[in-house]
Design a protein around this ligand. Sequence first.
Ligand SMILES: [Zn+2]
Length: 173
Amino acid sequence: MAVASGRKAAKAKSLLYRVGRAQTGLGLFATQDIPERKLIIEYIGTRIPTKVAQEIDRRRANKYLFEIDSRWTIDGSTRLNIARYVNHSCDPNAEAESNHGRLMYRAIKPIAAGSEITLDYGEEHMELYFGAAGCLCPPCADMAKTLLAKKAAKKPVKKPVKKSAKRSAKAAR
Ligand SMILES: [Zn+2]
């Protein structure tokens, strides 16, 4: 039922979003300016008991499970669920809210046309599905870049560069 209503809504309105290429795979992008508090898209799929979902998560078998509450979780792995393309960000511009058992993504700040729509998926999801590389969202990537740049800028100032370079070269072997 939820799947059908999502389809109908997509046909009726001019869409606020499109699927496009993001930094890591595909993502969802605003096709027009989206004001703060605007409902963007519904996360659609099959409702399964949260207990079952937790069992699946333990096996890291489905990263599209979205918990509504302690009883129900939406399995959003269906391709009809366009909201599954929304990527995680540690500085998101949308949030999920549940309304009578349905999950809606809402803008929490103005989103300019062309910007990627992002959501904070939370620590548990990141621990389960992000792997050793950790978070690769744009704010985290920027932070990593800044740290690297700072390190690079600092290096010439320090005198015992040669020694530490040797040591780290050995350690890397
Ligand atoms: Zn991040």
